[in-house]
Design a protein. Structure first.
Length: 355
C-alpha cells in the first residue's frame, strides 16, 4: 500500500481526517538513552484511512544531513517530544535516505524494515511474512500507532534563593558633656593676736625707737584641685545573626489538560484504554453518548484529586500559621472531592448501561 505525506492529506483529502488529527511535525526527536537526534519533519499516512504509519525524522544530531523514515510503532509520544527508545545511530546509518515529497517505495520500506527488525527482536518477522502480508497489519508492532495520551497538569514548584535584604554597621564615636564636681580645698590664713601689757615695765639699756626693728615672715599654704580623666568600660556590645521564619502566600494561575473523547462512525469503546485499532490517526470523530459519560467521569476524578490536593495544602497552612480559616477551607475542599467522586461513579454507571 502506497503511503502519502500527511501534509498532502491535510490539504487535498481533508474529508479523510476531519478537523481533529495529530500532526507530529516540528516535534523534537530523541533516540536511544534519550539523546536528542533531530526533528520530526513530517509523517506518511494511509490515503484511505489517514492512519499514520511512518514518521520522517531529520537525524541531524547524528549525521550532518540525513532524513530517514521510521515506522510509527517505534515512537513514544510524550509531551512535545517523540522518543525512539530502541533507535541507534548504527541502525540509522543502514537506512535509506529520504527527502520530503519523495515517493517512499515498497522496496525502500522493506530494506529499512530489515535493518530495524534485525536489531530489535520485538519487531521480528520471518521472510515468508514479507512476501505474504504485503501492506500493513494492525497486529504488527512496528506499525502500531501509539495509543497512550498523556494529560498534563501544571503544578507549583517552589524554590527559594537568598539575597541581601539589608545590612547593619556598628562603630563608635565620642560624645562630650559638662560635668561639675565639688572639691573641698584647705588653705592657711594668718592669725595676728595682739595683747595689751597691763603692767608696763621699762626697757633696759639704751634703746632708741626705730632701731632694731624685726620683721616676721609667715608662709601660708593652700590646697588646689588637680583634675584628670580616666577611661572606664561601661558596656560591651557583641554582634551576631539569627534566622527567623515567616510564611508568605504567593498565587499563580495553573492549567491542566482535560480529556476530549470523540469518535467517527461505528466505533466500540472499551473504557479509555484507546486500544481499538479501528480508530484513525489522532482522530476519534464526534463524541458518542457513552464516551461522553466516560470523559465526564475522568474529568470528575481529576477534579476530585485536585480538591484533595487543595485540602492538604490548607491543612499544612493551618498547621503552620494556626489560622482556623485554613481548616474550614480544607473541609470545604474535602466535601467537593466527595461530590466529584460520587458524580464520577454515576457517570461510569450511565456509560455501562449505554454500552
Amino acid at each position: 500500500m502506497r503511503l502519502i505525506p500527511l501534509s498532502e492529506l491535510t490539504t487535498r483529502h481533508a474529508d479523510v481526517l476531519g478537523n481533529d488529527y495529530y500532526d507530529p511535525t516540528g516535534s523534537t526527536a530523541y533516540g536511544l538513552n534519550g539523546d536528542r537526534i533531530g526533528t520530526i519533519r513530517g509523517a506518511l499516512a494511509e490515503p484511505e484511512t489517514g492512519r499514520i504509519r511512518s514518521l520522517i525524522v531529520d537525524v541531524g544530531g547524528w549525521f550532518s544531513s540525513k532524513e530517514v523514515v521510521v515506522p510509527v510503532g517505534m515512537a513514544r509520544i510524550e509531551g512535545d517530544g517523540v522518543y525512539f527508545d530502541n533507535l541507534t545511530k548504527d541502525q540509522v546509518s543502514g537506512m535509506q535516505a529520504y527527502a520530503v515529497g519523495q515517493d517512499y517505495s515498497m522496496d525502500a520500506q522493506y530494506a529499512d524494515e530489515r535493518v530495524l527488525r534485525a536489531a530489535n527482536p520485538q519487531y521480528a518477522m520471518d521472510e515468508q511474512s514479507y512476501t505474504r502480508d504485503r501492506g500493513y497489519r494492525n497486529d504488527d508492532a512496528l506499525y502500531q500507532t501509539p495509543d497512550r495520551l498523556q494529560l498534563l497538569e501544571e503544578r507549583l514548584i517552589v524554590n527559594k534563593d537568598r539575597f541581601v535584604a539589608g545590612s547593619v554597621e556598628i562603630g563608635k564615636h565620642v560624645e562630650t558633656r559638662q560635668e561639675s564636681v565639688q572639691v573641698p580645698l584647705q588653705r592657711e590664713e594668718v592669725v595676728i593676736e595682739r595683747h595689751t601689757v597691763s603692767d608696763a615695765r621699762p626697757v633696759t639699756g639704751d634703746v632708741r625707737l626705730g632701731e632694731g626693728s624685726q620683721t616676721m615672715r609667715v608662709d601660708l599654704e593652700a590646697e588646689r584641685a588637680n583634675i584628670g580623666k580616666e577611661a572606664y568600660v561601661t558596656e560591651e556590645v557583641s554582634v551576631g545573626k539569627r534566622t527567623v521564619t515567616e510564611t508568605q502566600t504567593h498565587t499563580a494561575e495553573l492549567g491542566r489538560e482535560v480529556l476530549d473523547v470523540n469518535k467517527t462512525g461505528e466505533v466500540r469503546m472499551d473504557g479509555l484504554s484507546g486500544t481499538d485499532t479501528s480508530m484513525g490517526a489522532g482522530t476519534l470523530g464526534r463524541t458518542g453518548s457513552a464516551a461522553g459519560d466516560v470523559a465526564g467521569a475522568a474529568g470528575n476524578k481529576l477534579e476530585e484529586g485536585a480538591d484533595r490536593l487543595r485540602a492538604m495544602g490548607h491543612e499544612v497552612a493551618g498547621a503552620v500559621t494556626g489560622n482556623p480559616k485554613h481548616d474550614a477551607l480544607a473541609a470545604e475542599d474535602r466535601a467537593k472531592a466527595s461530590m466529584n467522586n460520587d458524580q464520577a461513579d454515576r457517570d461510569m454507571m450511565d456509560a455501562d448501561r449505554k454500552i
